[in-house]
Design a protein around this ligand. Structure first.
Ligand SMILES: NC(=O)c1ccc[n+]([C@@H]2O[C@H](COP(=O)([O-])OP(=O)(O)OC[C@H]3O[C@@H](n4cnc5c(N)ncnc54)[C@H](OP(=O)(O)O)[C@@H]3O)[C@@H](O)[C@H]2O)c1
Length: 250
């Protein structure tokens, strides 16, 4: 996702840097293909950037913000990760300084290579300036004009349904297999739940490689639900389902 967000900013006419330090060959390839300029260190990136957009696994969001502070950044920091409003608040607290303006973000959709597929939701002071950075690019922007945490809440609500329901479907399939009723259940779904077998097939194919990242995201959603007095168990269970899908070799 990060490479496509960087490419979108480039398409809107901006110079986009990234930091290969500690990243894998696959990330280097994606960034190179997207035309992003590599920096030798985070300090160099922080020194040369007016805006930093964080797009990383949700579990790394707070530590990454700390590294950016340690690197001496002055400017606007956008956390665009799938984190709870509370974690977005933690990121804001880590960055608290008169020199850093924090904007909350949440991305909905696949990597933003094609116009109309993907939206970056924004909230917090300065969100309209960040929105302007992507004008004319394939990445759509929705400025909620709200406070820090609102864009993250929007993302949590969206993923609560999409990834939560995918986990439920995968868990039902595992249950049916263990109980020996996969085939008759699939036949009944064809009769009375059109499209569900196809959704299951697509879910299992697309989710397995990303399951490790979804575990953390489900816990962020559970925390978001708990914070407003809603049951957190749905998404704790979804996290357990995604954990079951992890490749034991990795
Ligand atoms: N992909 C989507 O469709 C999608 C949709 C909506 C929102 N998002 C959000 O976008 C964010 C990234 O997701 P993704 O799909 O792009 O994940 P991804 O394909 O797994 O890529 C994650 C990237 O973050 C890097 N990374 C890992 N640990 C890091 C750290 N500690 N500091 C800095 N970078 C680190 C990884 O580098 P290495 O692997 O090289 O270490 C990799 O380049 C998540 O918050 C996710 O929820 C993604």
């Amino acid at each position: 996702m990060g490479a496509s967000v960087g490419a979108a900013a480039r398409a809107a006419g901006h110079r986009v840097l990234w930091c290969p330090d500690g990243r894998s060959e696959a990330s280097v390839e994606r960034a190179t293909r997207a035309g992003l300029t590599g920096c030798s260190s985070l300090a160099e990136l922080a020194g040369e950037s007016d805006v930093i957009i964080s797009v990383c696994p949700p579990a790394a969001a707070v530590d990454l913000a700390k590294s950016v502070v340690d690197a001496g950044f002055v400017g606007t920091y956008v956390d665009a990760n799938a984190v709870s409003p509370a974690t977005a608040g933690e990121v804001e607290a880590v960055l608290a300084s008169p020199d850093i303006r924090v904007v909350d973000g949440g991305i909905v959709g696949p990597p933003a290579w094609t116009e109309g597929t993907t939206r970056l939701f924004l909230s917090g002071p300065g969100s309209c300036d960040v929105a302007a950075l992507f004008e004319g690019s394939p990445l759509g922007v929705v400025d909620l004009a709200g406070t820090i945490g609102e864009a993250s809440a929007l993302k949590m609500g969206y993923a609560a349904w999409t990834k939560g329901s995918s986990a439920l479907l995968a868990a039902v399939a595992s249950f049916a297999e263990a109980a020996g009723v996969s085939r008759p259940l699939a036949e009944e779904w064809d009769r009375s739940q059109p499209g569900l077998n196809l959704r299951l097939e697509r879910t299992l194919a697309s989710v397995a490689p990303k399951a490790w990242r979804f575990v953390g995201e489900m816990h962020e959603i559970a925390d978001s639900f708990a914070a407003v007095g809603q049951p957190e168990g749905y998404h704790r269970a979804a996290a357990a389902t995604y954990e079951d899908m992890l490749d034991p070799q990795e």
